[in-house]
Design a protein around this ligand. Sequence first.
Ligand code: NAD
Ligand code: UFG
Length: 338
Amino acid sequence: MQSILVTGGLGYIGSITITELYKAIGKYYKIIILDNLSNSNIQVLDTITSIIGEKLDLYIVDIQNQTELKEVFKKYKETNPINYIIHFAALKAVGESVENPIKYYQNNVVGTLNLLNCAEEYKCQNFLFSSSATVYAPGEFVDEEAPFKPSNPYGETKVVIEYLIRSLSKKGGRYLCLRYFNPVGATKDGKLGEMPNKPNNLFPYIEQVAIGNLQQLYVFGNDYNTHDGTGIRDYIHILDLAEAHVVALQELIKRDEKKENYYDYFNIGTGKGFSVLDIVNEYSKLVPIKYQITDKRAGDVAILVANPNKTKEKLGWVAKRGLTEMCQDSYNFIKSKQ
Ligand code: NAD
Ligand code: UFG
């Protein structure tokens, strides 16, 4: 049996993707988790175990540590060689990346270099990378050929890694970059969702207001050029995003079995934009969300929405879940954590 290595597999997107991946192909592949716990908790492994009914192998390893990383590849070489990598591990706080660019380049770029180095040494040539909509300039219905124009060091690290992957792909192998828009929500059972130490993003912040831990939401600016003046984003349900990974990995598997070289990059979004106040209104159908308009947040853009057509045409994937479900699942999750 071959293995799939999931870096950052205890994080928000990684953990939920693992449960979906296990349901889809867990019978045929061994799933190995690697995480340094810098933004996650070891208890997430127990939650994954309770959902899938099997305890997966976990390595508490930092991808910046090449020696330890190699040990993991070596360990499985003879029995369950790592033939696929889904690479989620990264730091992702935009503001912190502005404060400390070296930390972000070190963790994200150097860490990915190490990982790709090990992959090359152990002849693993199937790589699925978590990129981000933040590689683009703001816009509506942005397609994959839009030029890279990141507005912060976090986004720059994603661009640098995408360039590296593009260059590597020319030597052969199979590489996919998925550019996520704004993932939100949680699993239906409320067991897995996003639990940041300090909420920065909109949904985690609203969740804290919803359960009364915070008094009100601060809406960052209401004079953008949008229908109500607040920022518009393409929110995507985390289960849709997890399913996109299953589809993308299956594409890599198909191409690997045929020994075809492959390199592509896809937007993972819904193609629909919602403003901050649209979200507040929808969430308030479940529980009142008090808010106050405040200054714009540095580095924010008015609008960033995906054109999802290429992903639909070439991968056959479309997001199925709407805003109501995103809010319901988010609220259900945070209530169950109280
Ligand atoms: P997350 O912080 O919940 O998960 C990332 C995981 O990686 C964490 O468990 C963390 O402990 C681990 N990690 C970080 N650095 C590591 C290192 N050096 N070695 C080993 N493990 C390390 O974040 P997430 O929201 O699940 O994001 C997953 C990926 O998706 C990231 O690459 C992120 O940049 C990307 N992404 C996220 C969003 C979003 O809004 N959540 C949007 C676009 C792209
Ligand atoms: N917002 C508020 N108040 C808050 C938090 C956010 O009004 O307390 C607004 C923002 O101004 C923005 C919208 O809600 O208009 C969404 O903001 P988020 O912080 O939730 O998300 P961003 O679009 O800023 O960025 C997120 C991730 C990035 C990722 C990007 C991809 O943080 O890592 O989506 O589009 F790259």
